[in-house]
Write a protein that binds this ligand. Structure first.
Ligand code: HEM
Length: 196
């Protein structure tokens, strides 16, 4: 290659990279893609399951499962301490299974799984999570679901959302924007759940 053609080639390469850089600049002016809540909480990235180190779990699902399990603990703690407005009457059928002679925790585990599924599906994780529990009206109607001890009223629904907020904070979710989005998802389910 002659000296001239080498210089010409270099000029061409520099020129074309400047062209592509300017294309990138145009891309940057596009509106950023908004992440789903599921993605903001870790999405589909696989991590070791802290409950079973031989298994992997999606970080988004793990975030919800942690918040769900802490929510259940907070609800049970208030029942055990007989705090005013506790959900003892609602959870009486499940409690009698757990504290009965068989100490059967199957339906508590089912509750944790189904709550984790419904939160994951409702927040953008539907491609990798499936909710297979009862619909929200049937679940929360004691006439149709024998594991539901009492109907839910508006104040109890608000208290439940407060439990979820506390559970989120206990699991390190403190970003107010993210908490606001979680609350909005829960609020979207208020109508079918509140039946009293
Ligand atoms: C947005 C708020 C809520 C959501 C998303 C929700 C969702 C669910 C789901 C998915 C289940 C399991 C359904 C199944 O196993 O087929 C369930 C069960 C239950 N929920 Fe809720 N719930 C909410 C609020 C409440 C509130 C406020 C109470 C009571 C104060 C309550 C009491 C119960 C009880 C006692 C069960 C156990 C019934 C069973 O094992 O089938 N829930 N809920």
């Amino acid at each position: 290659m002659t000296k001239f053609s080498k210089i010409a080639l270099c000029a061409l390469i520099i020129g074309s990279s400047a062209f592509f850089t300017s294309c990138d600049d145009t891309e940057e002016t596009k509106a950023p893609v908004e992440l789903t809540l599921y993605q903001k909480l870790g999405g589909t990235k696989m991590v070791t399951d802290p409950n079973d180190s031989s298994k992997k779990i999606e970080q988004g699902r793990l975030s919800f499962r942690s918040v769900v399990d802490t929510t259940i603990v907070l609800i049970v703690a208030d029942i055990v301490q007989d705090k005013p407005g506790n959900f003892g009457a609602h959870f009486a059928p499940l409690a009698s299974e757990v504290f009965g002679p068989d100490m059967n925790a199957t339906n508590v585990a089912r509750l944790s799984k189904n709550l984790t599924d419904i939160f994951s599906v409702a927040t953008g994780g539907a491609a990798t999570n499936t909710y297979s529990g009862l619909d929200m009206v049937t679940t929360h109607d004691p006439a149709k679901n024998p594991r539901m001890g009492k109907k839910v009223n508006d104040a109890e629904m608000t208290k439940f959302i407060g439990y979820v907020g506390m559970a989120a904070a206990k699991n390190g979710v403190t970003d107010q924007k993210i908490i606001g989005e979680v609350v909005a998802v829960l609020e979207s389910l208020r109508a079918p759940i509140v039946q009293e």
